[in-house]
Structures are given as structure tokens and as C-alpha cells.
Design a protein around this ligand. Structure first.
Ligand SMILES: *Cc1c(COP(=O)(O)O)cnc(C)c1O
Length: 390
């Protein structure tokens, strides 16, 4: 019911076969993704913290979800019921958590497809309970608390009152509390806000008896705090996406020691290679995306390469270029690059490998124009330039 239309689905299907018509692709190394997950699962286990694998940046890829399950995540979290449906269709039976507060229009699917959802609105929880009652089941609820980042969350002083109401619903199981930082405002998880979450858990238990099982402290941005040796208090779960996929933490975007940062790479092809002036000519207005091109005074000719990839496929600002290639501009379908450094090496048809930040990964993963290729260990793709080997 909540699956993607079949034609779109076909396009975005992860495949281990070669691309029939070539084209831009993501190469996904499941071994590396699984390694990243087991490393973080084990490091956090020592702190008494479990890991929920967040699949939202992978469009609910069953292959990636299964790699994480093998590595020991305790459940899968996604912000979209459509992605949960994809994983359920692939016979994944692990606990599924909707990590965005449900839309009232989707409560039916939420109760059917997920075990638990993160919530902040009583009207939504009431609906979830009604639907669960009809279906003769119980739906788990984690209440999200606002601790300063100003995205989702109940203000701490409202929490007790809310829990009192939630406990009255016949088909809702109150599971615990959570918070999410570093997303809207970049507020860093630290000893202060994490102690506040722990203290809230203690105070709820003191008021209502021991009802707080889950205390979900946050996302990949919590890793620095969690692994720094501080007392992690009552926090017993983190929800990790970016760190498992890209091997880096999102606050400074630094690589995490011992993790692979190249588990997923983007391959794109040169479709035009010409010597051209570096400066445009004619009367200059706005470019396709409203950019005003600054005249940086550059003179003379450059070797300009165009790659067959654009804003429909990727966030160009999130691409990590091989040294010596410099992005000049990106439109819907064209990525324009100064390739003077590779004059004579690059040719029309050359495939170049790029690394991605989270924003670029999200856009490529969800673009129907990008094939997603699961790499088999024996496959050694012929790629001429890569960040590592030039
Ligand atoms: C996206 C998201 C996560 C995962 O964040 P990463 O930075 O990818 O680890 C966790 N929790 C919530 C509520 C999210 O929306």
C-alpha cells in the first residue's frame, strides 16, 4: 500500500549486476558498511548503549539493513513508512522504528509496519492507540524531548503531563524517551544535555514507577560524547545512519578511527572535454539556479570537462573531488569541472570516482537516475581516477 510505484522502484533497485546502459552509479561495499556497524556496535556495547541502524539515507535498502543486522544493530529506524515497507517486503522482521513523528494520515501504515514510533503530539498517539486497538495489537511509543536544537520534541516541563495521558491509552506501550540534537541548529550533544535526559528518565521513574526502558540519546553526532569516556548515565541507545555509511561523525565531519570512509562511492562519466576560456562572454544575468557568477579575474583557457551528472542526481557541494579537479558549476544535468590538471589523461568516456558527504549521499541514493550497485568482493571496477589513487 505504501510502496513506491513499480516503475520507480525498478529504477532504484539495488542490483549486483552490471549496469545495462552504463550511467552514473553508486558502488556500495557491504563488507565495509558491515565493518563500520560492528565496530560502532561493539564500542558502544561497552558503554551499555545499543545501536539502531538508520536507513533513511538508503531509501530503506534491504541489503544495507541486512548488513547492519548481521553486525548487531538492535533495530532499524527510518523516517518514512515507504522505506519501512520496502524492508518489510524484503522479509526483514527486525524491530522497525519510525523516527519521525507519524502523520495522522499514515497512522494505519505506521501501526501495521512498525513496532515503535517516536512521538511528540498527543493527538497522534491517540490515533495510534485507536488503530492498534482495531488491529488488536500494541504500538510502542518513545516520547522525544526538546533539549535545545529546536526540531522535534516536547518541552521538558511538559513531559510528565504528557506521559500521564499516554499511559491512559489502552493500546500504547510507553517505551521511554529520546532526543535529537545537531540537526536543525547544530547543538552538540554534551555532558550537560545528556545528563538532563538521564535526569528526566530518573524523574519519570520516580513519579510513575520504573517505566522508562529506552533512553535514546541521539544520532551520529552523539558518538564523540558517547565514546569520550564520560559517564553516559541512563542513555542506552543511539540511532546511527551517517557514521555507519560514511565512517565519519557529523559535527566536524571527521573520519572515525578504524572505520571505512569509502564504503559508498559515486562514479560519473565525462561527456565533453574542451579547451575553453575560463570567463563567459555576453550580457550576464542569473544562471539556471539563480547563481550570479562572480568574475574572479581569471584569464585564458582551461580544460573544461562536463560530467553527466547534475542537481537531479547529487548535491554538487557535497562531492569530494579527486585532487586536481575543481568544480566550476552544476546545473540540472551537467557538472562542469576545471580539469586542466588532467589534460591528456581524461578523455570523453572516462569514469571518475567521487566520495560523498551526507547531503550528496542522500540525493544520489534517492535519485532514480543513479544505479545502486552492490560490489561483490571479486569485482574490481576499472576506474581511472579516484581520491585514493591519484
Ligand atoms: C536522521 C536521524 C537519525 C540518524 O542521524 P545520523 O546523523 O545519520 O546518524 C537519528 N535520529 C533521528 C530522529 C533522525 O531523524
Amino acid at each position: 500500500m505504501f510502496s513506491l510505484p513499480p516503475d520507480r522502484r525498478e529504477n532504484i533497485k539495488l542490483t549486483s549486476q552490471s549496469v545495462p546502459n552504463g550511467g552514473p552509479r553508486l558502488e556500495i561495499d557491504l563488507e565495509k558498511i558491515s565493518h563500520n556497524a560492528s565496530e560502532l556496535v561493539n564500542r558502544l556495547l561497552k558503554k551499555g548503549i545499543s545501536v539502531t541502524g538508520v536507513t533513511k539515507a538508503t531509501l530503506g535498502s534491504p541489503e544495507i539493513a541486512n548488513a547492519w543486522i548481521r553486525a548487531g544493530v538492535v533495530g532499524l529506524g527510518d523516517s518514512r513508512v515507504e522505506n519501512v515497507a520496502t524492508m518489510r517486503d524484503a522479509k526483514i522482521t527486525e524491530p522497525m522504528i519510525l523516527i519521525r513523528t507519524p502523520m495522522i494520515s499514515q497512522v494505519d501504515a505506521v501501526v501495521t509496519l512498525t513496532d515503535v514510533s517516536f512521538n511528540t503530539e498527543l493527538s497522534v498517539i491517540r490515533k495510534l492507540s485507536e488503530v492498534a486497538k482495531k488491529k488488536n495489537c500494541v504500538h510502542g511509543v518513545v516520547l522525544m524531548v526538546e533539549l535545545g536544537d529546536l526540531r522535534e520534541g516536547i518541552m521538558p516541563e511538559q513531559l510528565e503531563k504528557m506521559i500521564r495521558e499516554v499511559l491512559k491509552f489502552s493500546n500504547i506501550l510507553f517505551m521511554g524517551i529520546g532526543t535529537n540534537l545537531a540537526c536543525r541548529s547544530g547543538v552538540s550533544p554534551d555532558s550537560q544535555n545528556m545528563s538532563e535526559l538521564s535526569a528526566l528518565a530518573d524523574s519519570i521513574d520516580a513519579t510513575f514507577g520504573p517505566i522508562v526502558n529506552t533512553v535514546s540519546g541521539g544520532n551520529s553526532a552523539n558518538l564523540g560524547w558517547a565514546l569520550s569516556g564520560v559517564n553516559t548515565g541512563r542513555i542506552n541507545n543511539l540511532r546511527l545512519g551517517e557514521s555507519l555509511l560514511l565512517g565519519c561523525e557529523p559535527l566536524q565531519r571527521k573520519a572515525i578511527k578504524g572505520l571505512h570512509t569509502d564504503a559508498i562511492t559515486l562514479v560519473a562519466e565525462v561527456i565533453e572535454l574542451k579547451t575553453k576560456p575560463s570567463k563567459p562572454w555576453g550580457n550576464i544575468g542569473q544562471a539556471a539556479f539563480g547563481e550570479v557568477i562572480i568574475d574572479d579575474g581569471a584569464q585564458g583557457n582551461i580544460t573544461q570537462a562536463i560530467f553527466a551528472i547534475g542537481r537531479q542526481d547529487v548535491d554538487p557541494d557535497g562531492l569530494v573531488f579527486p585532487d586536481g579537479l575543481k568544480i566550476l558549476a552544476a546545473s540540472s544535468d551537467h557538472l562542469v569541472v576545471d580539469a586542466s590538471h588532467y589534460r591528456g589523461t581524461l578523455k570523453v568516456g572516462t569514469e571518475v570516482r567521487f566520495q560523498l558527504n551526507y547531503s550528496a549521499l542522500l540525493r544520489t541514493m534517492t535519485s532514480p537516475f543513479i544505479s545502486k550497485i552492490i560490489m561483490k568482493p571479486e569485482v574490481n571496477p576499472e576506474v581511472i581516477l579516484s581520491v585514493e589513487n591519484i
